[in-house]
Design a protein around this ligand. Structure first.
Ligand SMILES: Cc1cc2nc3c(=O)[nH]c(=O)nc-3n(C[C@H](O)[C@H](O)[C@H](O)COP(=O)(O)O)c2cc1C
Length: 381
């Protein structure tokens, strides 16, 4: 059946993905931190935003293409960085990178994705950005940055909002572990998901391949220990500035919710920020990024790019963020739900779906360009 008919929305992909992803991986993808209020509120807060249409414009042809850091993109929609990608869907990293290149949208590879930067960068073909969880050892950091530059990644995204691991109860209950603990329960869960199980047989158990150079990658326990002990916990403005000085291209700070932090990021050499609460996975009391967005736009607009993620599930959500001043939006879970529902073809379906929805919404709003979206009257229900 035509995917546009079978999966006409991200909600339809979600329903089907849930039936194809094993329980432990689903809990990893879907959960938020603590009571999951931030995760749920991200979606509610977006739906509260109203956009008032303007009519009588005659025939219009909305153009959703955009330019960022001198690079043309087909839409203001990108693929957010996701860790442990291959656990959620086997072969995810290549499929996401291919989608970036074929849909002409930014694809951000996570430091803790399961693809090897040297392999994934060329697949993304100029559309790859690299998300950095800051290695404590600066020699490792410098080496990693050189490797991702050589692999063709254009932009670095430094994640600010993981000063410590978060507490996701559903993940704990589902016993997500690196290495996966092969228990009878886990085997039973995977046998009920044959497409995932066969894919994993083909692609192998997920590993932190890019980080493999810095520890004993043959032992997954060593891998997990390395990530816990060697990444994060060190991030401050000095570290961020060093990355900006070292990287020959744009560096972005992700996970910003306060205008002062956004301003500091630009003052220390950043090219922009991603207003995000990590999809509600880090701090359950964090505000919905869509409510934090306008003050950050007001503070740094004209000095740096303002990007947005957390809760985007439709082209209408993209329009809401753009109307509130975002230059680019990202989604994490939507693209992973596409993979879960459709396999390798899923991300491209999601990119096309969000783009088509955005075009439709712009027709309805009477906007031909993204700048016209920013002039609309925005309210709250
Ligand atoms: C399963 C999963 C893994 C994630 N891993 C990372 C990561 O490795 N690095 C990072 O900066 N953000 C990570 N994020 C956060 C996303 O980049 C993004 O901020 C979030 O998914 C946006 O919310 P949405 O899923 O509602 O679109 C992850 C999110 C999910 C759902």
């Amino acid at each position: 059946m035509d995917p546009a008919v079978r999966f006409p929305s991200v909600a339809h992909l979600q329903e089907h993905a849930h039936k194809r992803i094993p329980h432990f991986a689903w809990e990893y993808l879907d959960s938020g931190e603590m009571a999951e209020a931030a995760r749920n509120n991200n979606i509610d807060a977006l739906q509260q935003i109203t956009l008032t249409p303007r009519f009588m414009k005659g025939l219009i042809a909305p153009d959703v293409s955009t330019e960022l850091f001198g690079h043309a993109y087909s839409a203001p929609i990108g693929i957010a960085p996701i860790g442990l990608t291959g656990l959620i869907w086997p072969g995810a990293d290549h499929a996401l990178a291919r989608c970036g290149a074929s849909a002409n949208i930014p694809y951000v590879a996570s430091t803790v994705s399961t693809g090897l930067a040297e392999e994934i960068g060329p697949v993304a073909d100029g559309y790859g950005w690299f998300q950095l969880y800051p290695p404590r050892d600066t020699a490792q950091r410098d080496d990693l940055l050189q490797r991702v530059a050589d692999a063709g990644f254009t932009t670095i995204v430094v994640t600010a909002d993981v000063p410590a691991p978060s507490r996701r109860a559903r993940q704990t209950r589902a016993r997500i572990a690196i290495p996966p603990r092969i228990t009878p329960k886990l085997i039973a869960q995977t046998l009920r998901r044959p497409a995932w199980a066969l894919g994993t047989l083909r692609h192998g158990l997920p590993r932190f391949k890019t980080l493999g150079k810095y520890h004993d990658e043959s032992s997954m326990r060593a891998s997990a220990g390395f990530v816990g002990a060697s990444l994060g916990g060190t991030l401050d403005w000095k570290y961020f500035q060093e990355v900006c000085e070292q990287w020959d291209g744009p560096v972005i700070l992700k996970g910003v919710l306060h205008p002062d932090d956004a301003e500091m990021a630009i003052d220390h050499g950043g090219a922009g920020v991603v207003v995000s609460n990590h999809g509600g996975r880090q701090l359950d009391s964090a505000p919905a990024p869509i409510t934090a967005l306008p003050a950050i736009v007001a503070r740094i607009s004209g000095r740096g790019a303002v990007m947005f993620d957390s809760g985007i599930r439709s082209g209408l959500d993209v329009a809401r963020a753009i109307a509130l001043g975002a230059d680019m939006t990202f989604s994490g879970r939507s693209f992973m739900l596409g993979l879960g529902a459709m396999g390798a073809a899923g991300p491209e379906h999601v990119a096309a779906l969000l783009r088509r929805e955005l075009v439709t919404v712009m027709h309805q709003l009477g906007c031909e360009t993204l700048s016209e979206l920013r002039e609309l009257e925005v309210g709250r229900r």
